[in-house]
Ligand binder design. Structure first.
Ligand code: SF4
Ligand code: SF4
Length: 664
């Protein structure tokens, strides 16, 4: 128990500390509030269970680096347990009352828990410090070629040292203090085995000495935290607050890739996209404070992995360091990420999916593109051809709409005029309709539909590009024009269901057209194939010797729309042997075409993204690489050809159509 003078000193120290902490927190709130939009507080109640799982169990942390994540979880869980411990320690310091000793079995079990986590925190911290300062893995920083605030290169290391020292000291001193308390009384507490074992070491010390060291331990333990608090808002550990807030308040998205709608009919809009940080949504500014600076997003980024200058982590770190060092949110975004990096993003969503605190660096990048293309007409020149194609002929290949049904000649594919009341509207997509390789997918799927006797129709010449590529490149005007026209015709047709042969079409129609008044049930062709197999409408000749297949999950089918099993199920029905690549399902590695990359040259790196992915596929030993997206088909076929064509690239529909029994 503290002396009266110590109690006054402690209270004053806490008040001073809280005052400076408050100022730091208000500064952060000011920055976040300068962003666009406002939080919807009602979301908290809807998501409370999810927040507890994510923030309390650290579920998202475990998606990568499991051992490191476990050490991190020890620290996190330990600090949560210590919240009550710290409170009871302060109560004891002021009253001499040991609360946890008076709470029966709850108090006993809690002391046991705290004893275990007291050690676990120190083991976790020591191990992570060893990793950072001795092992120094490259995953904890970024390459010199990446734009990173110079203060961050040393700042992140220093920040970790301060936090580790503070909490290690806090923990160690707290446990020692408790051991001095037991030693004074010659007691052993079986609910605190580690502390009790330590207390035996002090059996030779007299009571006065033990009282002095107990007080010293209290001041070092609680004092470390009180001294740390004002620094807390500037440290990366402020994520302890902003990560749960991120989970609770991040605006609702239909998919990680759903971009916010801009009504181009609204003449009052003056700024499209993000020229400065304050043009970002409030939650995008908050991402900077939620960031742990763990560089997980960088590790999974296909652009960074192939040596491009893009690092999604560096973007969040730069936002944070700019604000931490007195900067305001009117900073140009291109001071925080290079233009080259902005155009290297494939919008694969891997960074968003893996981020343990729910950050969305991809969203920032796509908002920056909006500003560059819409406000400054500044974009890679190769994109002009695709833009013109979409503006003039409603498809990025710039093929005349009059030729849009050429792929179906002789195949008996009904248009909506010929079959106005179909059970299923097949959204063919520009690539399967116009690209010579992807047309084979459309032809295969037509064979499946016709064999199954499905009542379907296509829009034919009335189908226009969904606008996906234009949108990811920032051209909201082109997207708005195409999407409005498509929604108008779809609302006339009133499809019962839409099946697409392209995940980008699926994503856009399903997740982005609702903002324009288009609400439809949309499925991927592999899902529909499974239905037909399940209902016995098609039967397949199974010959498992022919193909060993590895399946490449398209980003816009898998990560963006969580469709992982359907393509595999369809392949299983076709009797092929599937060999998974190391990076599959939600951890799939991009083919390199998304985010409008299909229409431009890649930025400089040590390898093309499609080559990196193809290499991984080839290493499985499979003779066939199955895809479910026409963009992936193009990218991976190119990579296969460059390697001599030893691995055949086929759409799932082609593999199924090859085996479908006809005329039975
Ligand atoms: S969306 Fe993909 S390419 Fe873009 S920054 Fe994120 S991980 Fe990298
Ligand atoms: S954005 Fe997320 S994944 Fe990337 S460094 Fe920050 S916390 Fe880690």
């Amino acid at each position: 128990m503290l002396s009266p003078i110590e109690k006054i000193l402690y209270a004053v120290a806490v008040l001073v500390s809280l005052y400076f902490t408050y100022r730091g927190v208000m500064r952060i709130i000011g920055h976040i509030s300068s962003g666009q939009g406002k939080p919807d507080w009602k979301l908290i109640w809807k998501r409370i269970g999810d927040v507890i799982i994510k923030a309390g169990l650290f579920e998202p942390v475990f998606r990568l680096r499991p051992v490191v994540s476990l050490l991190h979880a020890f620290i996190g869980w330990g600090l949560l347990v210590y919240l009550l411990i710290n409170l009871t320690d302060v109560i004891y310091a002021y009253t001499g009352f040991k609360l946890l000793h008076q709470l029966g079995i709850f108090g006993d079990l809690y002391r046991l828990l705290a004893d275990f986590f007291g050690v676990a925190i120190m083991v976790g911290m020591a191990s992570l410090a060893f990793r950072r300062y001795v092992l120094q893995p490259p995953q904890l920083t970024t390459r010199q070629t990446t734009l990173l605030n110079p203060k961050a290169r040393t700042g992140i290391v220093r920040d970790s040292a301060i936090v580790t020292t503070t909490f290690f000291t806090h923990n160690l001193m707290r446990m020692l203090g408790e051991s001095f308390y037991l030693a004074q009384r010659g007691q052993v507490d079986r609910w605190q085995p580690f502390i009790s074992a330590t207390s035996r070491l002090w059996s030779g010390l007299d009571t006065n000495t033990l009282v002095v060291v107990e007080h010293a331990a209290f001041w070092l333990s609680i004092g470390a935290v009180v001294a740390f608090l004002p620094y807390f808002p500037y440290s990366k550990h402020i994520h302890l607050f902003f990560a749960p807030i991120n989970f609770a308040l991040k605006p609702e998205r239909k998919s990680i890739g759903e971009l916010n709608f801009i009504n181009l009919d609204d003449q009052s809009i003056e700024q499209f996209g993000a020229a400065t940080m304050k043009d970002l949504g409030w939650e995008q500014i908050m991402d900077a404070y939620a960031c742990i600076m763990c560089f997980r997003c960088q590790e999974v980024c296909p652009a960074y992995s192939t040596d491009k200058v893009l690092s999604p982590a560096a973007l969040e770190v730069n936002k944070r360091y700019h604000l931490n060092y007195g900067g305001a949110t009117d900073v140009p975004m291109l001071n925080l990420i290079s233009e080259e990096a902005v155009w290297a993003c494939t919008s694969c969503g891997a960074c968003v999916d893996i981020c343990p605190v729910g950050n969305e660096p991809m969203r920032d990048i796509l908002h920056i593109r909006r500003n560059l293309t819409m406000m400054e007409s500044n974009f890679p020149k190769q994109l002009e051809t695709a833009f013109k194609g979409m503006e003039r002929n409603a498809n990025p290949w710039n093929i005349s709409q009059a030729d849009r049904m050429k792929w179906a000649q002789g195949l008996n594919v009904p248009t909506i005029e010929q079959n106005p009341d179909p059970d299923v509207l097949w959204w063919v997509g520009c690539a399967p309709a116009t690209d010579s390789r992807a047309q084979k997918t459309a032809q295969a799927f037509a064979k499946i539909l016709n064999t199954a006797g499905v009542n379907y129709a296509v829009l034919g010449q009335n189908e226009q590009c969904t606008g996906d590529s234009a949108r990811r490149a920032g051209r909201e005007d082109i997207f708005f024009g195409l999407a409005s026209a498509n929604v108008e015709i779809l609302n006339e047709v009133k499809p019962k269901r839409i099946v697409t042969t392209c995940p980008h079409c699926l994503h856009t129609i399903k997740n982005e057209y609702p903002a324009l008044g288009g609400n439809y049930t949309v499925i991927h062709h592999t899902q529909f194939i499974n239905e037909l197999v399940g209902e016995g409408k098609i039967s397949l000749e199974v010959n498992s010797d022919q193909y060993t297949v590895t399946f490449h999950d398209p980003c816009y089918l898998g990560r963006h729309n969580k469709i992982f099993e359907a393509p595999r199920e369809a392949l299983n029905s076709a009797g092929v042997t599937i060999i998974e690549m190391p990076r599959n399902a939600s951890k799939s590695f991009c083919c390199g075409a998304g985010g409008a990359q299909m229409w431009k040259e890649e930025e400089n790196g040590n390898m093309r993204v499609n080559e990196a992915r193809f290499k991984e596929a080839k290493e499985t030993g499979a003779n066939t690489l199955a895809v479910g997206c026409p963009f992936c088909m193009t990218m991976l076929s190119d990579a296969s050809r460059a390697e001599g064509g030893s691995v055949e690239v086929k759409d799932v529909a082609e593999l199924v159509a090859d085996r479908v029994k006809t005329g039975t």
